[in-house]
Design a protein around this ligand. Structure first.
Ligand code: PMP
Length: 389
């Protein structure tokens, strides 16, 4: 017996990154490929104490089914925090999701029909392409420079269901949109009636100065905003949120209900217990300081080792360097040679919805020690020189 699969199943693909990680996470290989936060930043003691308090004070509520919208006090907390970052929202607009990845799926489910056009940055977050693809969109890749989407390029997205944008320390490119670019992108999007889906899991991880206010703060009725606790607490909690304009909230809620009824009540209560009295104000700066030191180590290693003709950004937050190799070098073809010599990266082509640039790659700097970053970059540079010789 063979099952007849749905059309959408045929469009689902294994994440190239996960496939690559299987090969590269061999002992001895310095992996700059992963996209994981550093486990050394997970607040284990605070979580343990909060879990004990929740199980002592509200065990039955924490272990019972709960509202699909999410835990009320956590929704309030999110609304307040976003308010402090310039995005005024009501708690009733906050939907707690099982990771912001689920938020992307719900957005796709509610907004995309087969054949709908969806505008994405170039490159963009691979997991969003994966989340949207089963809903059968046609992607429109919007041209970008080091500052994000080019406002004029948005013309090509006229009529699309939305623009999916990552203004802060983008995965994969690491770039952060300036205030001026944010203003220009939003005003063009408003002019052509192109709604925005703004994904911001990395915004708190800035190294020098906080990023400008969210795109959604400039266009509250035209933007959906996604946030996450994965990079400021721990990704294993699977806790994120979607903030939507009020008319859209009931549909997102119904999609959420159908998907998983609600996000685990226990996790929501424990996290709220951890953060409710300002824990993140001390905790997040320790993550920033750590990631900044790693960023500096990678910058120094890149400057020391990479051959002429390679270009990279120096990220001012987040977790990634994005590298452009000389024209004609295929990062995918380079990868097995790099792995053989003891380091791994993610080839950049997978992050493009259209017109992949084969000569790009992504390096993560947060899970590997500065010494191993230095070694890993040296191996990458050596592999590249041999490959070109
Ligand atoms: N958006 C982006 C840009 C990401 O990089 C990630 C995680 N890699 C997610 C969303 C999903 O994060 P989570 O589901 O853990 O909140």
């Amino acid at each position: 017996m063979t099952f007849q699969q749905a059309r959408r199943a045929a469009r689902m693909n294994p994440s190239i990154i996960r496939e690559i990680l299987k090969v590269t996470e061999r002992p001895g290989v310095i992996s700059l490929a992963g996209g994981l936060p550093s486990p050394d930043t997970f607040p284990v003691d605070a979580m343990r104490e909060a879990a004990e308090r929740v199980l002592r004070d509200s065990p039955r509520e924490a272990l019972q089914y709960a509202a699909s919208e999410g835990h009320g006090p956590l929704r309030e907390w999110v609304a307040q925090r976003l308010g402090a970052q310039g995005l005024a929202v009501e708690a009733s607009q906050v939907l707690i999701t099982t990771g912001s990845q689920q938020g992307l799926d719900l957005v796709g489910k509610v907004l995309i029909d087969a054949g709908s056009r969806v505008a994405v940055e170039s490159p963009t977050y691979l997991g969003a392409l994966q989340a949207f693809t089963p809903y059968e969109p046609e992607f429109v890749a919007v041209d970008c420079d080091d500052d994000g989407p080019l406002p004029d390029a948005l013309e090509a997205a006229r009529g699309a269901r939305f623009l999916y944008a990552l203004p802060n320390f983008q995965n994969p490119s690491g770039r952060c949109m300036s205030e001026a670019r944010r203003a220009a992108v939003v005003s063009r999007a408003m002019a052509i009636g192109l709604p925005i889906v703004e994904d911001n899991p990395y915004g708190d991880l800035w190294f020098e100065t906080p990023p400008p206010a969210p795109l959604a703060s400039r266009w509250s009725e035209g933007a959906i905003y996604l946030g996450s606790f994965s990079k400021v607490l721990a990704p294993g909690l699977r806790l994120g949120y979607v903030v939507a304009p009020k008319p859209l909230c009931p549909k997102l809620l119904q999609a959420k209900q159908a998907a998983d009824l609600h996000t685990p009540s226990f996790n929501q209560r424990v996290v709220h217990e951890v953060i409710r009295e300002g824990f993140l104000e001390q905790h997040v700066p320790t993550i920033r300081a750590r990631y900044k030191a790693h960023r500096d180590a990678m910058r120094a290693a890149m400057e020391r080792h990479m051959p002429a003709g390679c270009h990279w950004n120096v990220p001012v937050g987040g977790m990634f360097f994005w590298v452009e190799l000389p024209e004609g070098v295929d990062a995918m073809a380079l990868l097995p040679h790099a792995v053989e010599r003891g380091m791994a990266f993610v080839p950049g082509a997978a992050f493009y919805a259209e017109h992949p640039k084969a000569n790009t790659l992504r390096l993560s700097f947060v899970t590997v020690s500065p010494e191993r970053i230095e070694q890993g970059v040296a191996i990458l540079a050596q592999t590249l020189k041999e490959h070109r010789a």
